[in-house]
Design a protein around this ligand. Sequence first.
Ligand SMILES: Cc1cc2nc3c(=O)[nH]c(=O)nc-3n(C[C@H](O)[C@H](O)[C@H](O)COP(=O)(O)OP(=O)(O)OC[C@H]3O[C@@H](n4cnc5c(N)ncnc54)[C@H](O)[C@@H]3O)c2cc1C
Length: 501
Amino acid sequence: MAPTVAVVGGGISGLAACYHLSRGPRPPKVLLLEAGARLGGWLQSTRAADGAVFEHGPRGIRPGGAAGADTLHMVSELGLAGAVLPVPGDHPASRNRFLYVAGALHKLPSGLGALLRPVPPFSRALLWSGLRDLVAPAGTEPDESIHTFASRRFGREVADIAVDSVCRGVFAGDCRALSARSCFPRLFQAERSRRSVLLGLALGSGDGNGAESGLSRRARTERWSQWSLRGGMETLPQALAEFLRERGVELRCHQRLQSLRRCHHGGWELTLTDGTVTADHVVSALPAAALAEVLPAEAAALAQELRHIPAVSVAVVNLQYKDVTLPVTGFGHLVPSSEDGSLLGIVYDSVAFPEHNGTGAASLRLTVMLGGAWFEQSFGDPATVAPELLLHRAQAAVREQLGLEPAPTHSIVRVHQACIPQYTLGHWQRTGKWVLRSGGAPDAPSPVPSTHPGPTERISRFLAEHHLPLSLIGASYSGVSVNDCIASAKAAVERLLGPRH
Ligand SMILES: Cc1cc2nc3c(=O)[nH]c(=O)nc-3n(C[C@H](O)[C@H](O)[C@H](O)COP(=O)(O)OP(=O)(O)OC[C@H]3O[C@@H](n4cnc5c(N)ncnc54)[C@H](O)[C@@H]3O)c2cc1C
């Protein structure tokens, strides 16, 4: 009889794990268990009556690298190629990104001219930061904060303004607390192996090729910076669910995992909202803190490590305006924490994806991102914050920073609690490469971290030493982007079933 694999958590990571588990010639019996009423996790889109699409989670996926190519391959196999909305390299949303500093919008420098002369908000030409990176000695610490790393390599001003803002845009996090080694492993490794981030990236070996598809070839030729889907990002989990049902994967919503217990046959008994199930192997696609709550007493040390992976909350405020014009055109702008901790940035959704504007009168869609690592100090408890307060703050930001005076014609406020994991200093010691098959030996620690998770440390060692038939995937461990989540699922299935299962 085919073994049973229970995948717990129906976000993009869990769905991608089911996809890879069900594709081989001899797939195991696969069961997906999701606590909520819907699948997709943070991939949430609202389609309004006028056809406008509002994204409450991810709004753009990068096509680059092996993981980007693999995601596009999956999208093709799901029959979604015709629904892809690309943003080509020459599009304003690819070329123009802004910072809001000292009360004004500044375009991030691009092109040689902008590197050779000082361009506000920077007081010196960025060429100097590049030269500094080429001559500064490599760091020797096993890990350091992103801010320390960037200050050492590129100077304090670049760290305070540009790197601080980027960390708020990607992780909704504080670059003074986040780990350079775990958040930006390629940059960290480039420095440690070539003594310079820029040199290391230029000479770097890349991260492999990923699966080729018509979409990935187009993405390269047209230099896409990102892509979305015509019906919004939620189309992706919906198409995955359809694909999985056709392959006999059992998808069960309203089934919260309450506890995990080892069975005498070596597998697991899972206690759910409605009854119990048994499985030979469990793939956890839960946030680390949620997994910690369901582990048995004998895995208390593992649970303790998982509880040390924090996550921050973000308020996502979607705004729609009629008959207004943005003062600039581009992807959007970020706000460094020195300017305003509470406001992470504003995405000009209509510029990148006008196809999502709907059919009404000239419409502009913006998304204001609030909170992150500054949520509690700015707005209090995310569980009880009043949506009106967040809407008011978002509208004020649009007025101050973009000069749009009229009230929005439509707005949606969502508070996503603990939605983005934070890889703080020392994250690599907790995580590492997952040892997914019971009895596997941990990888040997290495002085130079690999591109993806660093040397195997406490969590993976625990899994190996206790021969646990448990795989950990998802945003809590080795990358928060949608591509990273899908890649973590694929890697876990390959380790479980073999690369060409
Ligand atoms: C506001 C926002 C914007 C983002 N923007 C981008 C972007 O533009 N591009 C990009 O690439 N990435 C972006 N990301 C990151 C990316 O969307 C997430 O990291 C990714 O979706 C996480 O997927 P996941 O499956 O690992 O986790 P989740 O989506 O958190 O899924 C976990 C699932 O587990 C379920 N669950 C929890 N506990 C239990 C339990 N006990 N039993 C059963 N089920 C349980 C949950 O209900 C959930 O469905 C963004 C994230 C957010 C929050």
